[in-house]
Design a protein around this ligand. Structure first.
Ligand code: NAD
Length: 427
């Protein structure tokens, strides 16, 4: 799967280049990651044995500032995957006008097979090996799939131990008491919610008439499902890695979240008065969820979910990419031909990195904002950049994805060109 990810990501760049003139030096620079580090992390397991895990950190481009990007713990992590995720981070930060470049990290493992002690040793071991590659003014890790605030706290603590000074700004997504920001845990979903609220009225869609299916019920998926539910949308299907539930009349998302937290599984839950019944039988697979006849589809799990194989069967007229790279470029074309509007990951899920940026700012000035302030600033940023990308897509008659790349490319090219191009050296 991942062998084609970076070249697939580069195809989006190629497409955007048809709509914007930027200097060839900038294009050449953006085709390759700046630096990629591969590490082997030895971990003493609880039974006394030693296991070595492969880890990666990639800094794709830092023309606009220190690089920024999450760390993923997943069995399918490869260098190619991390490089393409770092590419997307570069464009995401530029699209949102965040003064960061793009990076990503990952360790190849199934975290569910490790105890908490083992995970802590692994997280600290990873930082030991990449400590010279990261830093508040170099590269700032954050959470991603199967990593969480506690893991970010371990990583910050280990970096601080190595440097012999408390350095909260080296990692974002930390626990609040270790310098985390209010609103960071819900930021990705909150940002996506603001994008949906900005765009849906343009299509005369009201929440109460709009059905939604959400794939993935983690940090991003479960929160966006609840935000949409509370705003009056009819969330009819949700799923996690084990499968999902579907109810045409709408699901009670807060109860499902509660159920998921207590049992780690997803079940449809119906409440009457104070009594809730969990229903088992409306189970559907992740493939079925993607093909449901709903108004909005929200992929919020992993990449490569909608491909050339299943794109023709997708029925939702609107797709909001909360996951990174859930749609391949081959699928993009099929969806476009079907008239399906895709709102791209580099815009829709940028709330996470935006509040990570806010966390970094708060760490550096040592003054912490209220939740209202965080959400207000997030709303302003998401709404402004969504509107700008919308205008570009209409001016250039191109998809929102291409418009988002054009928007980001202009900012990236400006930063790269500011250091001088061939024109400056040969005239
Ligand atoms: P998470 O680990 O909290 O949750 C992942 C969810 O996906 C879980 O519910 C898991 O069961 C489910 N899942 C895993 N494999 C699946 C499969 N094959 N089919 C369906 N569901 C599956 O991760 P997260 O932080 O919610 O991230 C989800 C996506 O959002 C990723 O693509 C991530 O890169 C992206 N994202 C996350 C953030 C963030 O701040 N957390 C920011 C930007 C983008």
């Amino acid at each position: 799967m991942t062998a084609t990810l970076l070249s697939d990501a580069n195809q989006r760049l190629e497409k955007a280049l048809q709509y914007v003139t930027i200097h060839e030096d900038a294009i050449e620079r953006l085709k390759f990651p700046k630096a990629s580090l591969t590490v082997s992390i030895p971990v003493r397991m609880d039974d006394g044995s030693l296991r070595v895990f492969q880890g990666y950190r990639v800094r794709y481009d830092d023309s606009r500032g220190p690089t920024k990007g999450g760390v993923r713990f997943h069995p399918s992590v490869t260098l190619d995957e991390v490089q393409s995720l770092a590419f997307w981070m570069t464009f995401k930060c530029a699209a949102l006008s965040i003064p960061f470049g793009g990076a990503k990290g990952g360790i190849t493992l199934n975290p569910k097979e490790l105890s908490k002690f083992e995970l802590e040793r692994l997280s600290r071991g990873y930082i030991d090996l990449i400590a010279d590659f990261i830093g508040p003014d170099i590269d700032i890790p954050a959470p991603d799939v199967y990593t969480n605030p506690m893991i970010m706290g371990w990583m910050m603590d280990q970096y601080s131990t190595i440097r012999r000074q408390i350095t909260p700004a080296v990692v974002t997504g930390k626990p609040l008491t270790m310098g985390g920001s209010l609103g960071r845990e819900t930021a990705t979903a909150m940002g996506a919610f603001f994008t949906i609220q900005t765009l849906m009225p343009k299509y005369d869609r009201r929440p109460e008439e709009t059905t939604v299916a959400v794939q993935g019920f983690g940090n991003a998926g479960s929160v966006i499902a609840e935000l949409l539910f509370r705003a009056g949308y009819k969330v009819v299907a949700v799923s996690d890695s084990q499968g999902g539930v579907y109810a045409p009349e709408g699901l009670d998302i807060p109860s499902i979240r509660q159920f998921k937290e207590s049992t780690r599984g997803i079940k449809a839950v119906y409440c009457k008065g104070t009594v809730c019944n969990s229903i088992d039988h409306e189970v559907l697979t992740n493939a079925e969820l993607l093909e449901l006849d709903v108004d909005i589809l929200v992929p919020a799990a992993l990449e490569n979910q909608i491909t050339g194989e299943n794109a023709a069967r997708i029925r939702a007229p609107f797709i909001f990419e909360v996951a990174n790279g859930p749609i391949t470029s081959a699928a993009d074309q099929i969806l476009e031909e079907k008239g399906i509007q895709v709102f791209p990951d580099i815009l829709v899920n940028a709330g996470g990195v935006t509040v990570s940026y806010f966390e970094w700012v708060q760490n550096r000035c040592g003054y912490y904002w209220s939740l209202e302030e965080v959400n207000q600033r997030l709303k302003e940023k998401m709404t402004r950049e969504t509107e700008l990308i919308w205008v570009i897509s209409h001016e250039l008659s191109c998809s929102m994805r291409t418009a988002a790349y054009v928007h980001a490319l202009k900012r990236l090219a400006e930063a790269i060109e500011a250091k001088g191009t061939r024109d400056d050296y040969t005239s």
